[in-house]
Design a protein around this ligand. Structure first.
Ligand code: NA7
Length: 545
């Protein structure tokens, strides 16, 4: 190994999604010996696992890709503005092949534990089969939404028909055709599924606990000539992403809702509603996300759109969120979601009025009805952000578990490292930007690559964030979250999953400040010679137990 110690690898990377693939590429560029351990049987991460009907980007495909390779940008054509999951998976496979990454990826390998070895300043990783790997560094590239959670409803294992979580969709789903299907959940995933499958199933019963504010995606095909134009605009697209608050191409409006007369305001909102993608969320007036009254005004505007699209007024009212305002949770985008509820074979069950008592052998039993189904779909979300870490037995300095550290409150340094876990870097860990994720991945992997290069060049064998660094950073993360309505609402973005046994308090799970500010902070750390890290120089003996 390049670091000259009796280690198996310089860097072990957990996960072969976009974060892991790019990390592997970059570690190779440094000349380091790196390997990826991946639980799935193929690369692609989110796009490998989420193969349910209707799965697609709801950000513009060409803004949601790697920007570092001009060749890749020149070679890859998108066929839709918001590409379906299969196309994005093909993109990940193309990337993997182009950079010949597969020879350093080990599939069907789930990481079980990662223990810091102080004597050798290295990590001992053990996979679920008991195989051990010693490496100087680990990079976690496990994604923020990869631990599916089933509902905490009695009888989940009793159902005799076919039942599955959305991220474990069966390869052959013909069982749905013409059948009686029940779906629990109305998040971004369920919304994509419902609007896609209702024409092919016999009946579709949607069990809703909390409606979400959703708005039109307005997808369209990209012709070859349009793709050429997009290709020419890549520098501009990536520049916009870098300058915007959450790395999207949609630029926020610096005006307040209250700066406008009613007519102009409505005209602006009509325009945003007619536009593709997240524009109605991200290009809206600046105070939509912070001022209750401003938020209510736009929420009322969208509520009226829902009323216009859903024929049955009682159903429309059930589909309009009452407990939170527009954009305070992740806004799912849809194409025919509301129209689905106008179909004779689609029924909405509000479980706040008619609660689910249990899953039975035949279907779902609510307070007043027994529903019989052939298939039950659990669109019940994920143990987000920290879930993938909790699934691994991480032990840092003095055998401290990562879970016990984070149970006291999320603690990171730059969202990239954790105090007490030297030489461990997180791509998309807590306190990272969760906006346009590939933009965040590219930056985070770039930063980590430069830091590892710095350590290698300077004979640094151990790097750990300092208490002062962590304290100042954590304070900053909390300050950035102040005043945002989104942090007053339960969602996976605020670390709440009601299906987990242990009760969770709302937390600041992600970085809420502007992306350019985040990058500046990280760049400054580099410019200061990484002085917020405690660094140990020198040789270490190869006496790993
Ligand atoms: P989400 O957004 O977490 O949605 C999960 C949905 O499942 C949501 O409507 C939940 O209602 C519902 N749910 C969860 N557990 C239950 C139980 N026990 N009973 C009834 N309903 C339940 O996950 P998604 O997969 O849709 O999306 C995740 C992200 O993936 C998405 O934001 C995109 O960024 C990609 P609740 O709101 O908790 O009342």
């Amino acid at each position: 190994p390049a670091l000259g110690l009796d280690l198996d690898y310089d860097v072990l990377i957990y996960g072969a999604g976009q974060s892991g693939l790019y990390s592997l590429h970059q570690m190779r560029q440094l000349g380091l010996k790196a390997r990826v351990l991946e639980a799935g049987s193929g690369e692609g991460g989110t796009w490998f696992w989420n193969k349910y009907p209707g799965a697609r980007f709801d950000s513009e495909s060409y803004s949601y890709i790697f920007s570092f390779s001009q060749e890749l940008l020149d070679e890859w054509d998108w066929t839709e503005h918001f590409a379906p999951s299969e196309e994005t998976l093909r993109y990940c496979q193309y990337f993997t092949k182009k950079f010949d990454l597969r020879r350093d990826i080990q599939f069907n390998t789930r990481v079980a534990s990662a223990h810091w070895q102080e004597a050798t300043k290295s990590w001992l990783t053990t996979d679920a089969n008991g195989q051990k790997y010693k490496s100087r560094y680990i990079i976690t590239a496990m994604g923020i939404l990869n631990q599916p959670t089933l509902p905490n409803i009695p009888g989940v294992n009793d159902f005799r028909g076919q039942a599955f979580h959305t991220s474990r969709w069966p390869d052959d789903d013909t069982a749905l055709d013409g059948k009686r299907v029940g779906i629990i959940g109305t998040g971004a995933t369920a919304i994509q599924i419902i609007q896609t499958i209702f024409p092919r199933v016999g009946s579709l019963t949607v069990f809703q606990r909390t409606p979400n504010w959703t708005a039109p995606l307005r997808n369209s095909k990209i012709s070859p000539s349009e793709m050429q134009e997009i290709r020419q605009q890549y520098p501009e697209i990536f520049r916009k992403c870098l300058e915007s608050y959450a790395c999207f191409i949609h630029v926020s409006d610096s005006r307040s809702v209250f700066d406008m007369g009613e007519e102009d305001r409505e005209a602006r909102w009509e325009y945003l509603y007619s536009q593709p993608g997240f524009s109605k969320w991200l290009s809206n007036f600046r105070d939509i996300g912070t001022d209750r009254q401003a938020n209510k005004m736009f929420s009322d505007f969208v509520a009226n759109k829902i009323r216009q699209r859903v024929s049955d007024p009682a159903t429309a009212e059930k589909l309009i969120p009452k407990s939170h305002g527009f954009g305070t949770r992740r806004v799912p985008l849809e194409t025919a979601y509301y129209e689905a509820f106008n179909q004779p074979n689609v029924e909405l069950v509000d479980i706040n009025e008619n609660s689910i008592e249990c899953i039975t052998e035949k279907g779902i039993k609510t307070h007043d009805t027994d529903f019989d189904f052939d298939v039950i779909i659990y669109a019940t979300g994920f143990d987000a952000v920290t879930g993938s870490f909790n699934a691994v037995d991480f032990r840092g300095v003095r055998e401290t578990t990562l879970k016990s550290v984070w149970d006291e409150g999320l603690q990171t340094y730059l969202g990239l490292t954790v105090k007490g876990f030297p030489n461990m870097f997180m791509i998309m860990g807590p306190h990272q930007m969760f906006g346009n994720i590939p933009r965040s991945i590219e930056y985070a992997v770039g930063w980590v690559t430069e830091y590892i290069e710095f350590c290698v060049k300077n004979d640094i064998v151990r790097a750990e964030a300092t208490d002062e660094g962590v304290e100042a950073w954590t304070k900053h993360v909390h300050e950035c979250a102040e005043g945002l309505l989104a942090n007053e609402v339960d969602s996976w973005m605020t670390g709440v999953n009601k299906n987990l046994k242990h009760k969770q308090k709302r937390s600041i799970a992600r970085y809420n400040g502007p992306a350019p500010g985040y990058r500046k902070r990280c760049d400054d750390v580099k410019a200061r010679g990484y002085s917020d890290f405690e660094m140990t120089k020198g040789e270490v003996r190869a006496d790993t137990p």
